[in-house]
Design a protein around this ligand. Structure first.
Ligand code: NAI
Length: 316
């Protein structure tokens, strides 16, 4: 059984939906949980309330679990981390989950619709993760989850603001996985599908019935366990199904002729450029850049020597 005894977990937006399921599941397996939620409306309008977080804390304590509430916005990430330190003396696991929606078709998206979404999802995750990071570095242990979305991976009508922020979180997670490696800090992203107040107005009831948040939390717990080595990955998860997502590219084509390259040359190679018959997968920026450079110079693109030396240029 995967246990979390003595581990301190912050779950943001844990007053309902997915966050609540994570908080209950971690507490059930022995973790000390900071249940963060500002208890606001779905679009960040309306009042705030401590009730959502308090109810989850009560539920955890009723089952003999350990939890404290925090009512700050993720935009005040330092205060949430401070709650973990004040109550439990450390922070081991951070689940960036808090979220809102402000769906509008692109032309109707106002500055405030754009900014609020970015402030809560992307900047909020950045601020609280930056506050937790030095403690994880010092402890040589950290597990972080970023919550992305299918809207970010594939796009979705009416969600330009949300899609941009959600794919931004994958980029953030990818870089934190690299920077966290030597400190045993693992960072992964999930794109969940689950019943919550965010989805109950846009999905039919019979579909929502099979999308329990409890079908997402087992992946989150697995990724955050001390024995799990997975990092820098993105998973789609929902309804009991889990799959890993990665970028792939076509094997492409050399388009330039000698030193010249024209739009007509691109046109003439378009079938090869866009064919996924022999896809390529690169796991790092070094590998990807090396492939580009060595393909165009006629070297073997998979030469690991040049890949390694180029990769080292991207490290700091
Ligand atoms: P939810 O609305 O039930 O939960 C989000 C929670 O975050 C709410 O309790 C809310 O009060 C809290 N929150 C909002 N702004 C906050 C802030 N500034 N600081 C602290 N807490 C704040 O929604 P759900 O579905 O559980 O969403 C959880 C996460 O999963 C979100 O990031 C959402 O974008 C993401 N997601 C959910 C999907 C789904 O199918 N339910 C699909 C794709 C992504």
């Amino acid at each position: 059984m995967l246990k979390f005894n003595d581990k301190v977990v912050i779950v943001t937006g844990a007053g309902g939906g997915l966050g609540k399921a994570y908080a209950l599941a971690f507490a059930e397996r022995g973790a000390k949980v900071v249940v963060n939620d500002l208890g606001g409306g779905m679009t960040s309008e309306g009042g705030k309330s401590s009730r959502a977080a308090d109810l989850v804390v009560e539920e955890i304590r009723a089952k003999n679990g350990i939890a404290v509430a925090n009512y700050d916005s993720v935009e005040e990430g330092e205060k949430i981390v401070q709650t973990a330190l004040d109550n439990f003396g450390r922070i081991d696991i951070l689940i960036n989950n808090a979220g809102i929606l402000r769906d509008k078709s692109f032309t109707r998206t106002s500055d405030i619709d754009w900014d609020l979404i970015h402030r809560v999802h992307l900047r909020g995750s950045f601020l609280i993760t930056r506050a937790a990071w030095p403690h994880m570095q010092k402890n040589k242990f950290g597990r972080i989850i970023m919550t992305s979305s299918g809207a970010g991976i594939y796009g979705n009508f009416g969600q330009a603001n949300y899609s941009a922020a959600k794919l931004g979180l994958v980029g953030l997670s990818n870089t934190l996985a690299i920077e966290g490696k030597k400190y045993n800090i693992k960072c992964n992203s999930i794109a969940p599908v689950a019943r919550s107040r965010l989805t109950q107005t846009v999905m039919p009831e019979d579909i929502l019935d099979v999308l329990k948040p409890e079908y997402v939390s087992p992946l989150v717990l697995y990724l955050c366990h001390e024995d799990t080595e997975e990092t820098g990955s993105l998973f789609e998860v929902g309804g009991g199904w889990v799959g890993k997502v990665r970028w792939q590219k076509s094997s492409g084509a050399i388009v330039k002729k000698g030193d010249s390259m024209t739009p007509e040359d691109v046109k003439s190679k378009w079938t090869e450029i866009t064919s996924f018959t022999n896809p390529i997968y690169h796991a790092s920026i070094g590998e990807a850049t090396n492939h580009c450079i060595s393909s165009s110079s006629g070297d073997s693109p998979s030469s690991s020597d040049s890949s390694d030396s180029l990769e080292s240029k991207f490290k700091y």
